[in-house]
Every structure is written in structure tokens, then in C-alpha cells.
Design a protein around this ligand. Structure first.
Ligand code: NAI
Ligand code: MG
Length: 491
């Protein structure tokens, strides 16, 4: 018999424990303003302009970041070209690996500091930045370091050559993790980098630049130019950049693909999603409820592969929703630096407005709406977890990526209907299947058009496992051996 834990007893009785505040107290230093990181040094922007970065949990300014223009990007590309031709590009794989292992170890040593900075700048709960983001960031450097001296074994019989300078543009939902996903394989394969973090969350990429200095990475190997869309566009437009790796919205991804399509640049795109969770009646229902909660409320739903559409077998709909509501009432929303917080701050006021607008549209288009009724902090950007039921499959809320803690729930009667509903979206990033029958999981998974499929779990990541989408979720893979190929020329 399964033992009932204190937590599950509380869930079944709808109790919520009151915890005392437990703020993470690790001291961090944040400068008033940061320049770009070019040629191994921090330099002032050509324009003299800076943008504010806000702590979304308090609404207060955290620091200023430099706004990069075409001149700054050109300087960064020149530094990266020099490093490719004279230093980094001349090293053996074994030498490159030594540097990458060193970077990985420093990240581990400084992980508490990095987790606090990530939470302050982006609003995600400290328990996620500390226990999910940072371990994965270090893992991506360790994993890719291991490939640096094994290039001959990636595609046996073929010779792989680095491309040169790679331009990388990343979003605000996993700032340091996306930087690691992009920088580690590029460097392992012998390339050099110009990276632009998102303007909302540039702090940890700049701290990573300090780590590169500490690791004595040759100057210009990685350059970080900060700024918003125009800075990103200057990277896409630069003629000496050989490859663009982008993660972000599908709209900007299409714009970049159009722009880069006029050149011979290689492209990888990791874009949006509207991923489905299929729950069969024979699934372990409490685990599936936990998986559904983790799938959409993890990181405030700011996850490209968020399980934003729950598709449950009709016979368990009522039970599932009742259990889900009970579980959602346990979610602690609040100060992201508090170690007990489950759901932190929405990353920006713009994103909060977008979520609110889509929820309003959802209500007017006829779905039934349910939201946890809890007091939210009075300052900062917060939104209580919620879901829609009985919305039509063609409604905006069913089809548009919300990128917030908003779930839609629909039902199915047969596995074929579940597959059809799950695939009925322009996206194809991820999916989850919940059933006690392995044969059912395999046959359903085979019918799903999604790059990643989880069975009886959700949102599990590993540096050795490739990640990427179908359809409007993008193309190319990141992670694993597959993730190295976009950074090489195959001869
Ligand atoms: P975005 O696509 O505008 O931003 C992503 C990155 O692209 C940022 O670094 C940004 O500065 C840069 N960028 C913006 N315009 C550019 C241009 N013309 N050329 C080159 N780079 C450019 O995403 P945004 O506006 O921050 O978020 C909007 C929506 O996108 C979200 O509500 C969410 O639905 C989706 N999104 C998806 C992500 C994913 O992981 N797939 C990540 C972030 C947002
Ligand atoms: Mg910020």
C-alpha cells in the first residue's frame, strides 16, 4: 500500500501550511551599470546609451545594461575573428576541453551566487534557479567539454571543421541556461562567439563573462553584446558571422530566417510551443496531476515546451480537475528569493499584460475559467495559476502560446482522438503521455509530431539529450551529439 505523505494528506484535506519566510541570504554584488564584453574586457557602448534592467518581483531597477549598435557588434565580430584565427581556433581539442572543464567547475563553485542573480533579474523561484538551472548550466559545459577532443567520433569517417564566428541570440526565460546551451557546443567544436542575451535578463550572461576572464579563456573567444531587438538584428546582418542560433518567439524567428536567408549563414531556431499533456484513465492519477502542475506552472509557465494543453480521457475528467484544483491551491506564489516559493514573478510587465490580455480573450471566447484565489504580493509582477475548460479547439487560448501559468483542459475518448487533438496546433515542440501501459505510450508517442516526448514525467532535461521542435517550433537540435552538428562543417 502507498504511504500517505503529510503533503498528500494536506492536499486531500485542502490544508495549506503556513511557512515562515525563508529568503535566500547569499550576498551578491551588482554594479550600477555594465558595458559589453568584447575582446576579453568590459567596454562602454558606442552609443553611450543604457537600458534599465528591472527586478520583476519588486519593480525596482537592478542595474543598467549597455545598448549595442552595429559598431559594437562589428567590434565584437572583429575580436571573435581574431580569436578564431589566432588563439582559440588554433588550440587542439584537448586544450579547448581543459578551458571548458575549468569554466564548468567555476560555475559549480559560484552556483549559489549565479542562482541568486538569476532569480533577482528574471523572477524565477530560487529553488528552480538553484536546483534546475544552475546544475544544468554546469552540465552543459562538462558534457560539451567531453566532445571537444572527440570530434572524429561524432560522425565516424567524416572530418568536422568549425565554422568560425557564431552569432547567438537568446531569450529571458532561462537566461544562463540558454547561454550555456549555445556557447558550450560552439566552443567545444572550435568556434568563437558573439552572444546577445535578452534585454530583460542580461545579468548572468555578464557574470558568465567574468567567469570566462577568471578561467583565462583567450580574449575574444566569447563576446557578449547587450541590447534589445536592434542589437540582435545587427548580429543577424553582420557579413562575417557564419551561423545564427536563435531561441525566442516564432515571430522574431521568422523575421531572422527571412533576413539570414539572403546570406549563406547557417541557422538553428528554437521557437514557441503549445505542448500537449495526454492523460489516459489508466495513468497514476496523482503523479499525472503533479506532472501537469510541473508542466505548466514551472518557471511561471515561461517555458517554450510548457505543457500548456492538458488532454484528459473523458472518464476521469471530473476526478482529475478536482485533484488538480486541490493541488493548485497548495502552490505558493510570491517572493522568488524565498526558498519555499513555487511560483515567482512574471518576467516583465509586458509579459504580464500579454498573459492578462490572453486570459480576457479566453473568457470572452467562451471557455470556463478557474483561478486559484490567493492574495498576491502588492508590488512586482504576479499572476495566480489558472485554467480553462470547455474552450473550443479553435479558440485563441487553445492555439496561442501564452507563456504564463495558464492551462487549457480538454478531453478525448480514443487514443486516435488524443493524438489528433495533440497535433492540432501550428507548433510541435514537446508532449507528455501518461499511462500505466508502456505499449499505449509507445503507440501514442509514435503518432505525435513533437520534438521531445516525455512518458509519465514532464520538463526533464539533460545535456546528453537533443532538444528541438517540429513545424513552427523551429528546426535544428540543441544538446547531445545532434547539438554539435549545427556548429561544424562536415567534410
Ligand atoms: P523575442 O523573440 O522578441 O526575444 C528573444 C530574443 O530576440 C531577445 O534577445 C531579443 O532582444 C531578440 N530580438 C528581438 N527582436 C529581434 C530582431 N528583430 N532581430 C534579432 N533579435 C531580436 O521574444 P519576447 O518579445 O521577449 O517574448 C515574446 C513572446 O515570445 C513570449 O510571450 C513568448 O510567447 C515567446 N517566447 C518564446 C521563447 C522560447 O523559449 N521559445 C522565449 C521567450 C519568449
Ligand atoms: Mg530584469
Amino acid at each position: 500500500m502507498k504511504e500517505e505523505t503529510t503533503e498528500s494528506k494536506a492536499v486531500s484535506k485542502n490544508l495549506k501550511f503556513e511557512y515562515d519566510p525563508a529568503p535566500e541570504s547569499f550576498p551578491v554584488e551588482i554594479a550600477e551599470k555594465y558595458g559589453h564584453f568584447i575582446g576579453g574586457e568590459f567596454v562602454a557602448p558606442n552609443s553611450g546609451k543604457y537600458l534599465d534592467s528591472i527586478n520583476p518581483a519588486t519593480g525596482e531597477k537592478l542595474f543598467s545594461l549597455a545598448v549595442g549598435d552595429a559598431t559594437d557588434v562589428d567590434k565584437a565580430v572583429t575580436a571573435a575573428t581574431n580569436a578564431f584565427e589566432n588563439t582559440w581556433g588554433k588550440l587542439t581539442g584537448t586544450e579547448r576541453a581543459k578551458y571548458l572543464f575549468r569554466v564548468a567547475r567555476i560555475i559549480q563553485e559560484r552556483s549559489r551566487e549565479l542562482a541568486v542573480l538569476e532569480t533577482m533579474d528574471g523572477g524565477k523561484p530560487i529553488k528552480e534557479s538553484r536546483d534546475v538551472d544552475l546544475p544544468l548550466v554546469a552540465q552543459h559545459f562538462f558534457y560539451n567539454a567531453g566532445w571537444a577532443d572527440k570530434m572524429d567520433y561524432i560522425l565516424p569517417g567524416k572530418t568536422l571543421k568549425p565554422l568560425g564566428v557564431c552569432g547567438q541570440i537568446i531569450p529571458w526565460n532561462f537566461p544562463l541556461l540558454m547561454a550555456a546551451w549555445k556557447i558550450a557546443p560552439a566552443l567545444a567544436m572550435g568556434n568563437t562567439v558573439v552572444l546577445k542575451p535578452a534585454e530583460q535578463t542580461s545579468l548572468t550572461a555578464l557574470r558568465l563573462a567574468e567567469i570566462f576572464q577568471e578561467a583565462e579563456l583567450p580574449a575574444g573567444t566569447v563576446n557578449i553584446v547587450t541590447g534589445a531587438g536592434e542589437t540582435g538584428a545587427a548580429i543577424v546582418d553582420h557579413p562575417k558571422i557564419k551561423k545564427i542560433a536563435f531561441t525566442g518567439s516564432t515571430d522574431i524567428g521568422k523575421l531572422i530566417a527571412k533576413q539570414a536567408g539572403k546570406t549563406d549563414k547557417k541557422l538553428t531556431m528554437e521557437l514557441g510551443g503549445k505542448s500537449a499533456h495526454i492523460v489516459f484513465a489508466d495513468a497514476a492519477i496523482d503523479q499525472a496531476v503533479e506532472g501537469a502542475v510541473n508542466g505548466i506552472f514551472f518557471n511561471q509557465g515561461h517555458v517554450c515546451c510548457a505543457g500548456s494543453r492538458l488532454i484528459v480521457e473523458e472518464s476521469i475528467k471530473e476526478t482529475f480537475i478536482r485533484k488538480l484544483q486541490a493541488r493548485m491551491k497548495q502552490i505558493r506564489v510570491g517572493n522568488p528569493l524565498d526558498k519555499n516559493t513555487d511560483l515567482g514573478a512574471i518576467n516583465s510587465t509586458e509579459q504580464l499584460e500579454k498573459i492578462k490580455d490572453l486570459v480576457e480573450i479566453g473568457k470572452t471566447e467562451g471557455g470556463k475559467f478557474w483561478q486559484v484565489d490567493i492574495p498576491l504580493p502588492t508590488t512586482g509582477n504576479f499572476f495566480a495559476p489558472c485554467f480553462f475548460t470547455d474552450q473550443s479547439m479553435s479558440s485563441t487560448i487553445s492555439r496561442t502560446e501564452v507563456f504564463g501559468p495558464v492551462l487549457t483542459i480538454s478531453t478525448f475518448r480514443t487514443p486516435d482522438e488524443a493524438i489528433k487533438k495533440a497535433n492540432d496546433t501550428p507548433y510541435g515542440l514537446a508532449a507528455g503521455v501518461w499511462s500505466e501501459k508502456a505499449s499505449k505510450i509507445h503507440s501514442v508517442a509514435a503518432g505525435l509530431k513533437a520534438g521531445v516526448i516525455w512518458a509519465n514525467t514532464y520538463n526533464k532535461f539533460d545535456a546528453a539529450s537533443p532538444f528541438g521542435g517540429y513545424k513552427e517550433s523551429g528546426y535544428g537540435r540543441e544538446g547531445g551529439r545532434h547539438g554539435l552538428l549545427p556548429y561544424v562543417e562536415v567534410q
